[in-house]
Ligand binder design. Structure first.
Ligand code: NAD
Length: 497
């Protein structure tokens, strides 16, 4: 039985106190225990980071970038190991776990360019023989609190940029699948990152609350559900911290009658059921503009019937189990609710065969609900599982209105062959990340990732140049080297001369 500890000051440490169970979602068996940090353990991590910060801040850009390159190389060589840890604790299939490692690595590669990203501006002679220039400096100790659904990628949205920018970082991973974080910590150490620049506190609300109130933590990045994102934003900012808190999602795919329906069906099934729907950019609602609804549902159902559901470490599986029994039960509760609310059950995931048998695993197969009423809870609420709702609409305008009146604004997609409609959609839709004939429009590392409305609290998205901005603050220097001819007292406000 494994024991997943903290990583403080460059070593595995602690975890003698409270712990939580870690499950193998495919079997339902307990596979280990994870430490739940006490306030004292969080303080030890913050202390280690605070001690490491001054020397790391003063480490040359060239040396910081070289450390990033070495980390990138090690991560590349350990892709399979990371993916295996993710599959064992999250349940997603191995190929999908490899995909999240690849997308996280792209942020590491982006951060390797930190010397270029931190370049400031310089203006010569803003006044006679006076120069002005801007610089960006790291904040100090910064923290990241991450969700279960991407145990490697979401932390990598944060720490490569934070560390490359010269900060010391504390990660609080999800307690449901914490092992990938420890392997990444070991690879940082092997890459030569000084002890204390990257720390991990495993834990729950106790650890989160201490990070939010600790006076030495300057900034907090959070990704998770909307109620906790709101709480983290409000508590962190009330304690004077810079906070970016990404929340939940309910992503729609608007399908216009002129779209290629085979492409739409492939995309809806891939984006709805990949990772068992436990992706913040999953498509959970198809808005079918009539008259295409019947034909599209038929195409979706025929594809869903061929999906192979089974353990994530079986290469034949396309979809694995859900993360915990409680989450599986919560997702499954929406199936009866949907029917009560007037939807038609066209594929019931409770009946899906599971290769190797269900055993005590946390299984729920792909579910398709058709004719879902627009005002139903099934349509409005985040389900975060393999449930695809089809809502029939009469027009582009009706579909757009439903998206814009929803609580969330993370991702959305329009499927059409009409460039004018697509352009109007991307212009008028109130969502942060838009796909045009692309179902999961996750921005590349050099753009920034973030939603609108209840999908993000704060004003900076993660990674890309907004990430660099979040983890640094600006200074502008105005300098004059002594010139006797400009001496003399002048009480007037400085103006250009
Ligand atoms: P969660 O909100 O339950 O947990 C996220 C983090 O907060 C974890 O580290 C957890 O330990 C901590 N936490 C949980 N309850 C807490 C509390 N009461 N006080 C303080 N901290 C607490 O989210 P989850 O179930 O791990 O992840 C799924 C959610 O994350 C979904 O809502 C999904 O949409 C969202 N998500 C959003 C994005 C995005 O980019 N917007 C990306 C991935 C996941």
């Amino acid at each position: 039985m494994k024991h997943v500890s903290h990583w403080i000051d460059g070593a595995r440490t602690g975890g003698d106190g409270r712990t939580a169970e870690i499950f193998n979602p495919a079997t339902g068996a307990v596979s280990g225990r994870v430490a739940l940090a006490s306030v004292a353990e969080v303080d030890a991590a913050v202390g280690s980071a605070a001690r490491a910060f001054p020397a790391w801040r003063d480490t040359s850009l060239a040396k910081r970038a070289q450390t990033l390159f070495r980390f990138r190389d090690l991560m590349d060589r350990h892709r399979d190991d990371l993916a295996a840890l993710i599959t064992a604790e999250h349940g997603k299939v191995h190929s999908d776990a490899l995909g999240e490692v690849a997308r996280g690595l792209e942020v590491v590669e982006f951060a390797c360019g930190i010397p270029h990203l931190l370049k400031g501006g310089f203006s010569e002679n803003v006044s006679t023989r006076v120069d002005s220039y801007s610089i960006r400096q790291p904040l100090g100790v910064v923290a990241g609190i991450t969700p279960f659904n991407f145990p490697a990628m979401v932390p990598m949205w944060m720490f490569p940029v934070a560390i490359a920018s010269g900060n010391a970082f504390i990660l609080k991973p999800s307690e449901k699948d914490p092992s990938a974080s420890l392997l990444m910590a070991e690879l940082w150490a092997e890459a030569g990152l000084p002890d204390g620049v990257f720390n991990i506190v495993q834990g729950d609300k106790v650890a989160v609350d201490r990070l939010l109130e600790h006076p030495d933590v300057q900034a907090v990045s959070f990704v998770g559900s909307t109620p906790i994102a709101r709480y983290v934003y409000e508590t962190g900012t009330a304690n004077g911290k810079r906070v970016q808190a990404l929340g939940g999602a309910k992503n729609h795919m608007l399908v216009l009658p002129d779209a290629d329906l085979d492409l739409v069906a492939d995309s809806a099934v891939s984006a709805g059921f990949g990772s068992a729907g436990e992706r913040c950019m999953a498509i959970s609602v198809v808005l079918a503009v009539e008259p295409i609804g019947d034909e599209l549902v038929e195409k979706i159902v025929s594809r869903v019937a061929r999906l192979k559901v089974g353990p994530g470490d079986d290469p034949a599986s396309e979809m694995g189990p859900l993360v915990t029994a409680a989450h599986r039960d919560k997702v499954a509760s929406y199936l009866d609710l949907g029917v009560e609310e007037g939807a038609k059950m066209v594929v019931d995931g409770r009946e899906t065969p599971v290769s190797g048998g269900r055993g005590s695993g946390f299984w729920l197969g792909p579910t398709v609900l058709d004719h879902v009423p627009a005002n139903s809870r099934v349509h409005r609420e985040e389900i975060f599982g393999p449930v695809l709702s089809i809502v029939r609409v009469k027009s582009f305008e009706e579909g757009l209105h439903l998206i814009n009146t929803g609580e969330y604004g993370n991702g959305t997609a329009v499927f059409t062959n009409d460039g004018g409609a697509a352009r109007r959609f991307q212009n008028e839709v109130e969502v942060g990340m838009i796909g045009v004939n692309v179902p999961i429009p996750v921005p590349m590392a050099y753009y920034s990732f973030g939603g609108w409305k209840s999908s993000l609290f704060g004003d900076t998205h993660v990674h890309g140049t907004e990430g660099v901005h979040f983890y640094t603050r600006g200074k502008v220097v105005t300098s004059r080297w002594l010139d006797p001819s400009h001496g003399g007292v002048n009480l007037g406000f400085p103006t250009n001369g």
